[in-house]
Design a protein around this ligand. Structure first.
Ligand SMILES: Nc1ncnc2c1ncn2[C@@H]1O[C@H](COP(=O)(O)OP(=O)(O)OP(=O)(O)O)[C@@H](O)[C@H]1O
Ligand SMILES: [Mg+2]
Length: 483
């Protein structure tokens, strides 16, 4: 469900979010406007455009009320490079952990895959054509020019029939290797051409799908970069990026059915047809102009008093984040990224701290504050039933796969919401997350016995909910552990 950003009006963005998130209108509106502003900025003259800084947002609200959910839905819908990171994952430079610049590197990677996928789609037809020829070469190793070359050089024909995977060559459009074999040159007999065409038809009709051929793939095998992440040697990644061409380009032969081989070959050809330098250029431009970073748990790095120990590192993280939010140049393996116009949306519960506990400079870079409200019983009722991915819908579908029909009566939903509110107020308020634990407990029996009650229709009534949950709710100690 990806829609181009410039076709989305703020109202449409809110309407899309409404499909998944109940209430929280203010927050939805704020992110919708921020998204729209990016697009408006694109239409300004270049001089003016540079002057318009993004209006970064802080979303404040108790736990489990939809902050992260808004971010997740936004990312699916906006067609812009987007990542969600946890502020707590980062540590000050010099400490063990990820440095904050890695969030820009991650965002660029997202941009690169996005642009790459788009460009690859644009060459799909050509790639399919090439894959078809390569497949014919594999199926008919002895036919065409390849055979004669093979005989001359004393190599088995199959070797030459492998699609050429020449990494040394630039990835611009190359004539397909196999095209030579098809050319009605003097040395290719008409009979051979005829056979090839016959096979082509069979191939197209899918008659050869189950035949096994041997393809050689040249998938880049990335070295174990992971070893380095999680250390302050993160920049290694930048350098290792260039190294990967050393590791890549290694041919690997594997057997596959024609059907699978076609997929492999198409993917390979698409890879080869797309110019990675162009991808990197476009990706960096898109990240700089449209990128969005959602920083979750920002409250966890805000601290009031300057205690020593762990807080030293928190302050440090804030100090490290600041230049990125203010706009600085970050070196990535695809090139240098200017972060000045990336949109930042931060979120946090701010239980133990307040936004004013953040460094003043950082506060200044997040001019928009929106508060998310604690959820009420009415909200719970809607959350259970309304969103596209509503919990009750999920359970109904899950059990339907086993032939059990669940029928939730409204009175039951009412009571579930009431219990959720009650437990939240008596123990800890964990927002809508409470619904997950309650629903799981409520349907435990049904889930467990699903095979025995196959074909039955189970009515979930008020009485059923009461029977399953009342005892536990009334016993506070018990609910602390179970719900
Ligand atoms: N307003 C809402 N509408 C629909 N579902 C919601 C809403 N609020 C929370 N949920 C559901 O509750 C769960 C937790 O919500 P979410 O992850 O957004 O919490 P959060 O606000 O980010 O909390 P935290 O501060 O703990 O990170 C999710 O599964 C989400 O689907
Ligand atoms: Mg969250």
């Amino acid at each position: 469900m990806k829609i181009e950003l410039d076709q989305l009006t703020p109202k449409q963005i809110v309407a899309e979010l409404d499909k998944y998130i109940i209430g929280q209108e203010k927050a939805k509106k704020a992110v919708a406007i921020a998204l729209r502003n990016r697009m408006r900025r694109q239409r300004l003259s270049p001089e003016m455009r540079d002057e318009v800084a993004p209006k970064n947002i802080i979303m404040i609200g108790p736990t489990g009320v939809g902050k992260t959910e808004i971010a997740r839905r936004l990312s699916k819908l906006c067609g812009a490079p987007f990542i969600k990171v946890e502020a707590t994952k980062y540590t000050e430079i010099g400490y063990v952990g990820r440095d904050v610049e890695s969030m820009i590197r991650d965002l660029v990677s997202v941009g690169v895959s996005m642009v790459k996928a788009e460009l690859q789609e644009s060459v799909r037809l050509e790639a399919e054509k090439r894959a078809e020829e390569a497949l014919l070469d594999l199926l008919l190793p002895g036919i065409g020019k390849a055979k004669e070359e093979a005989q001359a050089s004393g190599l088995p024909a199959a070797d030459l029939a492998q699609p050429a995977a020449d990494f040394a060559q630039p990835p611009e459009l190359k004539p397909p290797q196999s095209s030579r074999a098809r050319q009605p040159g003097a040395r290719v007999s008409p009979a051979a051409t005829g056979t090839r065409e016959k096979f082509r038809e069979k191939l197209l009709r899918g008659e050869l799908d189950d035949k096994v051929v041997e393809v050689s793939t040249t998938k880049t095998q990335l070295p174990a970069i992971e070893i380095f992440s999680g250390t302050t040697l993160e920049e290694m990644d930048v350098n290792l990026g260039n190294l990967s061409s050393l590791f890549g380009g290694r041919k690997k032969r594997r057997k596959a059915t024609v059907k699978r081989a076609r997929e492999i070959l198409i993917a390979e050809e698409m890879d080869r047809l797309v110019d990675m330098e162009r991808v990197a250029e476009l990706a960096i431009e898109r990240v700089e102009q449209m990128g969005i970073i959602f920083i979750d748990e920002i409250d966890k790095i805000a601290s009031k008093d300057n205690r020593v120990g762990i807080d030293v590192s928190r302050e440090g993280v804030q100090r490290d984040i600041l230049p990125i939010v203010e706009g600085s140049k970050v070196n990535t393996r695809y090139g240098i990224v200017d972060t000045a116009h990336i949109l930042f949306i931060a979120a946090g519960a701010f239980h133990m701290s307040k936004p004013s506990d953040l460094m003043p400079e950082l506060q200044g870079r997040f001019p928009l504050r929106v508060e998310l409200k604690a959820l009420t019983k009415e909200d719970f009722k809607q959350i259970l039933t309304q969103p596209r991915n509503a919990l009750i819908k999920q359970y109904v579908e899950l059990l339907r796969t086993e032939g059990v029909e669940l029928d939730f009566l409204e009175e039951a939903i009412d009571l579930i919401s009431e219990i959720a509110t009650e437990v939240n107020s008596k123990t800890e308020n964990i927002g809508a997350r409470r619904l997950h634990t309650i629903m799981e407990l409520l349907l435990e029996e049904v889930s467990y016995n699903s095979t025995d009650i196959k074909g039955q229709r189970i009515r979930i009534t008020k009485g059923y909910v009461e029977e399953r949950l009342r005892d536990i709710v009334q016993n506070q100690d018990l609910s602390r552990f179970i719900l």
